[in-house]
Design a protein around this ligand. Structure first.
Ligand code: GLP
Length: 239
């Protein structure tokens, strides 16, 4: 795994943006795997600003998202579908029909099957990832089999706690999600995993220096042939 260390969140976002822009210019029909959460927000802001200023076009870019909360409709302000529209898609010239995210309101079993078929048809050229404080990627919580594909997951208590900051109260955080599996994620040609801040330092240390184990789902990335970790000082403080 290649590691790019930056001073802070802004530097991490700059480095991630440079890689995404390069991928989009190299192949204007590329398929990007996208993540939600606070971590990629700086990257998304830069993509929107660059689209406005330099005209980088996403007209033929396709996207697939990692995960979605079960029970939240796509117009719910805490749904990941809403997050992606507000924080990225609405600011680009991307065709909404080319953006894909699992449905939080469809039958979960059927939706997982549909999403796996979709992922087969849309191999990711570049996958963006954040990391949970417990080492999860997407919503693949500790203990998830490395061979997993899209599945229904009961969120870990620590994830519910971490994500409750975005909801009015912890009880409002959905308990279940649909997530791309670890095997789906590993099929991307290239992966960028971003980490910023003190609360990610243990997960980052495990990712870089710990054993490759299902107890720390992100550690599977060490087996990927083209994965880059972009990490700021605070998140890298145990490396
Ligand atoms: C969430 C998402 C992940 C995300 C992670 C970190 O639960 N499902 O895709 O990478 O947790 O979130 P944040 O970037 O807000 O720290």
């Amino acid at each position: 795994m290649k590691i790019i260390r930056t001073t802070d969140y802004e530097g991490m976002s700059d480095a991630a943006f440079a890689a995404v822009k390069e991928a989009v210019l190299a192949d204007p029909k590329a398929t990007l795997g996208l993540a939600t959460g606070s971590t990629p927000l700086g990257l998304y802001k830069r993509m929107i600003a660059d689209h406005a200023a330099a005209g980088t076009s996403y007209r033929e870019i396709k996207t697939v998202n990692l995960d979605e909360y079960v029970s939240l409709p796509a117009d719910h302000p805490q749904s990941y579908a809403y997050f992606m529209r507000k924080n990225l898609f609405d600011g680009l010239d991307i065709d909404p029909a080319n953006t894909h995210i699992a449905s939080g309101t469809a039958d979960p079993g059927e939706e997982c099957v549909r999403y796996n078929i979709l992922l087969e048809a849309l191999p990711r050229d570049l996958q963006i990832l954040g990391i949970g404080s417990n080492g999860h990627i997407a919503f693949n919580e500790p203990g998830t089999p490395f061979g997993s594909v899209t599945h229904l997951v009961a969120l870990a208590e620590s994830t519910i706690r971490d994500n409750s900051r975005l909801f009015e109260k912890a009880e409002d955080v959905p308990r279940y999600a649909i997530t791309m599996g670890l095997s789906n994620i590993m099929h991307a040609k290239r992966i960028l995993i971003l980490a910023s801040g003190e609360n990610k330092k243990r997960a980052v240390s495990g990712l870089v220096k710990g054993p490759v184990t299902e107890d720390l789902p992100a550690s599977i990335l060490r087996l990927h042939p083209d994965c880059t970790l972009i990490v700021d000082e605070a998140a890298a403080s145990l490396l």
